[in-house]
Design a protein around this ligand. Structure first.
Ligand code: BGC
Length: 716
């Protein structure tokens, strides 16, 4: 299979710069102090707010440059700066990766690192200092319009991928910006909503990816969220920013506000916001001095209401990151739109697409199915410029139809009919549907490509785009008549494969038993068409696993059945507490369609020989995995921890380790994960600390949260 060859080649091409030595960092602190002493108050304040829509201020007198930012998270965004040159605006194409949720579905941390390196390199080539990603907000409800940008419902999977992504970006001399801190789990009312959430849920579910990004990823910047958390705006939150992020996690970098997230001058100054961006002053030509942390900050210091040291601390953080990156004197050169970058984008899609159902039809045997009909607007729809701030101007985007045509081989006849198309009122076109059903009855096999779309151009979609910033879905029902269309097509042609595009699942119960195969392709990026076709025709063996539970309707998810979404009167109660995603479905025994961690392969694997031992404070779990099927492929071995006989309310089990293993036919590999103390602890709200309860813990190993094959207990 081509994939294995590709991995080796890529491995030798991309190099990662070493991290800054401690001695240099210490020397930098001294430089920073002397620079700050040279600065006037006005110059300092100029550095802590925007000076254009994506830059924050510099001090030319002292050769301190502006900080240049760009979205993020799955490609460098087309040029947004109003002062960009014509050539910068024309040459703003970039590699368009599969979106966050597809990366998460790979469960491949080395791929997250490679994707980060490409993003860092491309940001560098485009003259950016910070790329605004990764997005690590927990997938709390399947309706969140930005789930496609985020990673998972599970904090551990989130953390592992975020750390590698960040390290990849930052080894290219560019800062990552982990966002949105914190509990930004819906788009409706995102700038007003007050999230009422328990401290335990914050610590165990919503904060771990930020904690890991700081402590292990050494992330340079964090973006504060729009929403309030327990009564205060997250971007200037005394507890979240000052105490937790900066004091406890030890974050030494820059807390950047989300665009227009600062709502109060003094709170922002005192509660940890370091750079204020995007404040909407509703003026054609923004007056940056009117930002909350601009002229009013100068006044507060002059009147003695705010100590100048508060401003110094923000400037210190900014200079610290500049000296670590753009002023470090390193000579890292960026590269953009290379073949190698595009191959990594393809690899993410090939590993992230999830095979949900396959009853003896995939991979497609070209000899058996000569006439293939592709149905559905999503087979030809280009997604790269959709979704909001994460849009990317892709150099090219291989659609699903193009991918299928390229990969199928000349002997196969590929025909396309649209079947349905997006409409403003969500209605469907009878004639298009009928045409598709007629064509399907004459084909040997049908590939239906549907699901969600996202598009930023509201004038085209009139608010009917899904998976996009600023809005959430109302439910998980397929739109534009797709559900009926799948049913009708599969009635006339039993060889109907359904491919879904989107940042979440759709309701499938009414048709899933009628079709032999279903794949979740997410938003698979610029090489998505090739990746999907490679899976359909068997050049690539699928290995993606769901990073979120697929239940049949949104009403089954805890955010809707126990908690609230999107809340009332600008308040949303996270009543479900720590029971998010599979933690809830497991605990309440609620049936799901496809569980967290699930995904099929064209081969089979066997897990055996679990050994669990204590090594100091750590627990080490090891087992064997063998490819027992007829072709090479990859398995994600998942390690869950289940506390037994605990007196505390705890989830049935929690993911605490995983490893993706690539195996040839019959090959066996040893898998080893090391779980530290935290893997067994819970957050005790009384003592306000992580606590280990002495009891028995079962290590459960499987290839989904519902398919546990090995178990062993250990007493701690
Ligand atoms: C989004 C951020 C983004 C910023 C800049 C905001 O609306 O929430 O994720 O980075 O805009 O485009």
């Amino acid at each position: 299979m081509r994939k294995y060859l590709a991995i080796t080649i890529l491995g030798t091409l991309m190099a990662c710069a070493a991290t800054t030595p401690k001695t240099t960092l210490d020397a930098n602190e001294a430089k920073i102090d002397s620079l700050i002493r040279l600065m006037t108050l006005e110059e300092k304040v100029h550095m802590i707010h925007a000076c254009s829509n994506f830059n924050s201020g510099g001090v030319s007198r002292l050769n301190i440059p502006e900080l240049v930012m760009s979205d993020g998270p799955h490609g460098v965004r087309p040029e947004q700066n109003t002062n960009a040159t014509k050539s910068e605006k024309e040459n703003d194409y970039a590699t368009y990766f599969p979106t966050g949720i597809c990366l998460a579905a790979t469960w491949d941390t080395s791929l997250a690192h490679q994707m980060g390196m490409v993003l860092g390199s491309e940001a560098k080539a485009r003259g950016k200092d910070i790329i605004l990603g990764p997005g690590v907000n927990i997938i709390r409800s399947p309706l969140n319009g930005r789930n496609f940008e985020y990673l998972s419902e599970d904090p551990f999977l989130n953390s592992e991928l975020a750390v590698k992504y960040i390290q990849g970006v930052q080894c290219k001399g560019v800062s990552a910006c982990v966002k949105h801190f914190a509990a930004n789990n819906q788009e409706v009312n995102r700038d007003k909503v007050d999230v009422i959430v328990s401290e335990r849920a914050l610590r165990e579910i919503y904060l771990p990816a930020f904690e890991a990004s700081v402590k292990r990823g050494d992330v340079n910047t964090v973006m504060g969220a729009y929403n309030k958390v327990n009564g205060q705006y997250a971007t200037h939150h005394a507890y979240l920013v000052n105490k937790v992020l900066k004091d406890e996690f030890g974050f030494k970098g820059i807390l950047i506000s989300d665009w227009s997230a600062v709502k109060h001058a003094k709170e922002a100054l005192l509660n940890g916001t370091d750079i204020e961006m995007g404040t909407d002053l509703s003026q054609k030509k923004p007056d940056y001095n009117a930002f909350y942390m601009a002229d009013s900050a100068i006044q507060f210091v002059k009147s003695g209401e705010v100590d100048e040291k508060v401003i110094d601390e923000k400037v210190r953080r900014i200079l610290r990151i500049m000296l670590k990156t753009k002023l470090s004197g390193n000579n890292i050169q960026g590269e953009i739109n290379t073949k190698e970058h595009q191959q990594i984008a393809r690899k993410v899609a090939e590993e992230g697409i999830v095979l949900l159902k396959n009853e003896n039809i995939l991979p497609i045997e070209s000899k058996k199915y000569r006439k293939i009909l592709v149905v559905g607007n999503n087979a030809v729809y280009k997604q790269s410029m959709g979704g909001g701030s994460s849009q990317v101007k892709a150099l090219y985007e291989v659609t699903i139809l193009e991918g299928i045509k390229d990969v199928a081989g000349q002997a196969t006849q590929i025909e396309f009919v649209e079947g349905y198309k997006p409409t403003k009122d969500l209605s469907f076109d009878k004639a298009l549907a009928q045409n598709a059903v007629n064509a399907a009855s004459k084909a040997d096999l049908v590939i239906f490509v549907g699901g969600w779309i996202h598009n930023f151009d509201m004038s085209v979609w009139g608010g009917t785009a899904f998976d996009m910033e600023g809005q959430d879905k109302s439910d998980l029902k397929l739109k534009y008549g797709q559900e009926d269309l799948i049913k009708q097509i599969s009635e006339v042609n039993p060889h109907t494969i359904v491919v879904l595009i989107g940042g979440s699942n759709v309701e499938m119960k009414s048709w899933i038993n009628q079709v032999p195969a279903v794949l979740m392709a997410w938003y698979p990026g610029m090489e998505g068409g090739h990746a999907l076709a490679n899976i359909l025709f068997g050049n690539i063996n699928p290995s993606g696993k769901l990073p979120m539970t697929f239940a049949d309707t949104h009403l089954l998810y805890p955010s809707h059945s126990v908690g609230e979404f999107p809340g009332k009167d600008n308040v949303v109660h996270y009543n479900e507490g720590i029971y998010v995603g599979y933690r809830y479905f497991d605990k309440q025994n609620v049936e799901t369609l496809f569980p967290f961690g699930f995904g099929l392969s064209y081969t089979t694997f066997k897990l055996s020989d679990l050994k669990v031992t204590k090594e100091g404070e750590n627990v080490v779990a090891q087992c064997k995995v063998q490819n027992t099927g007829s072709r090479e492929g990859a398995e994600v071995v998942q390690f869950y921890v289940a506390s037994k006989g605990s007196s505390i309310d705890r989830p049935v089990k929690e993911l605490k380790g995983f490893q993706k293993v690539f195996l040839k036919q019959n090959e066996i590999a040893n898998v080893k994960v090391v779980m530290d103390k935290r893997a067994f602890e819970y957050y005790d709200e009384q003592s306000k600390s992580w606590t280990l309860e002495p009891c028995s813990y079962e290590i459960q190993v499987g290839n989904s949260s519902q398919n546990i094959e090995l178990k062993q207990s250990i007493k701690l």
